[in-house]
Design a protein around this ligand. Structure first.
Ligand code: SAH
Ligand code: SF4
Length: 346
């Protein structure tokens, strides 16, 4: 088996290739081929000597992904790719063309161990963590796709399958890779990490010096309601999660977003808005309301548009900024994990 190179930082590449005694600029060129130009094969790396390309090819692999399926939303703005990586596992990556630019939604784990009641990603449990190289290969796949259309990437969200803060080291290495000058130099401010609320790692993240936007999946305003949706609430209770969010905002100066799925009659009532506003008061935060996508196993209903607007107004009356995610590509099951499940079940 050849060793994978994708995912190694410039320093790690230099260490890995020490035996070849390459000059520094050669290693930098290699890194640029891997990350800036997303080369798929060593023989594309024309600025490297042919002999070196052949040596690299004998020893290493460039973790590439293979497309298994692709869906477009009816409006054509959202594309969802089902990708097969190294050992045959499947991940979903979504490209969203938005008015302000193209955004990519990346998976950080194959499956998820958190078991949230509304989420398709957790249905089959966790398979394994993705490596920095595998996460980069999701981005590389979409970048090559965009480049063919003469387009670029504006931002990234870690909102595909998986809990990014339970794959902490790999996710940090991946973010540093995206930001590096030999890579695509994506600004940290255009990256959003979404978490179900792994409190110790939210605290750790605040100290990384990586000023990304933190998004916390709250989804309910009380202990009891949140536990019903998210088992993780037993380990990291809602109050502690919100406290960690408050500290993150304070320490980084970045506004924290709270994701809140609206389920008719369950968490979309006036008293839920009141409770939520109380919980978040005085915090540099915004709420993102997401009318729930239908889940086959549950008979949850999406609230009507009027109910969603009323909930938003109820928050704003209490000085909490709230936006509604008029969800992208619900018609292609962009709620992550659903396409993957279809294939697993086959
Ligand atoms: N594990 C992390 C990140 C991935 S989930 C987290 O939970 O935050 C990304 C987002 O997809 C979450 O905010 C979740 O609320 C949303 N999501 C999952 N299933 C959904 C559904 N059925 N309807 C609407 N949003 C859903
Ligand atoms: Fe995992 Fe997030 Fe889905 Fe919960 S919502 S099961 S944490 S991917």
């Amino acid at each position: 088996m050849k060793k994978p190179l994708l995912g190694l930082s410039l320093e790690e590449l230099a260490a890995e290739l020490a035996e070849l005694s390459l000059p520094k600029y050669r290693v930098k060129q290699l890194a640029e081929w891997l990350y800036q130009k997303q080369a798929l094969r060593f023989d594309e790396m024309t600025s490297l000597p042919k002999k070196l390309r052949e040596q690299l090819d004998e020893m290493y692999d460039i973790t590439a992904v293979e497309e298994v399926d692709r869906l477009y939303s009816a409006d054509g703005k959202t594309s969802k790719f089902l990708l097969r990586i190294a050992d045959g596992i499947l991940v979903e990556t979504v490209l969203m063309r938005q008015p302000y630019g193209n955004s990519i939604c990346v998976s950080t784990q194959a499956g998820c161990s958190m078991g949230c009641a509304f989420c398709a990603s957790g249905l089959h449990g966790l398979i394994r963590n993705l490596t920095p190289g595998e996460m980069f290969s999701e981005v590389a796949y979409v970048l090559r796709h965009l480049r063919a259309d003469g387009e670029g990437l504006h931002s990234m969200v870690l909102m595909g399958s998986g809990e990014p803060l339970l794959n902490y080291e790999n996710v940090m290495a991946f973010l540093r890779l995206l930001h590096a000058d030999y890579s695509i130099h994506l600004s940290y401010r255009s990256i959003t990490l979404s978490t179900s609320g792994i409190v110790p790692n939210i605290k750790r993240l605040a100290g990384e010096g990586i000023p990304i936007t933190l998004s916390i999946s709250l989804h309910a305003p009380t202990m009891e309601q949140r536990t019903e949706l998210m088992p993780v609430n037993r380990t990291f209770p809602i109050e502690e999660v919100v406290e960690a969010g408050r500290a993150y905002g304070r320490d980084t100066g970045r506004r924290v977003t709270y994701e809140y799925i609206l389920i008719a009659g369950f968490n979309d009532r006036e008293k839920d808005a009141e409770q939520l506003a109380k919980l978040l008061s005085g915090q540099l935060a915004g709420v993102n309301l997401i009318p729930v996508n239908p889940v086959a196993e549950k008979n949850w209903k999406r609230p009507t548009r009027q109910a969603v607007d009323a909930f938003q107004r109820a928050l704003e009356r209490r000085h909490i900024t709230a936006t509604v995610r008029r969800e992208m590509g619900a018609d292609i099951a962009a709620a992550c994990g659903q396409l993957r499940n279809k294939h697993i079940e086959k």
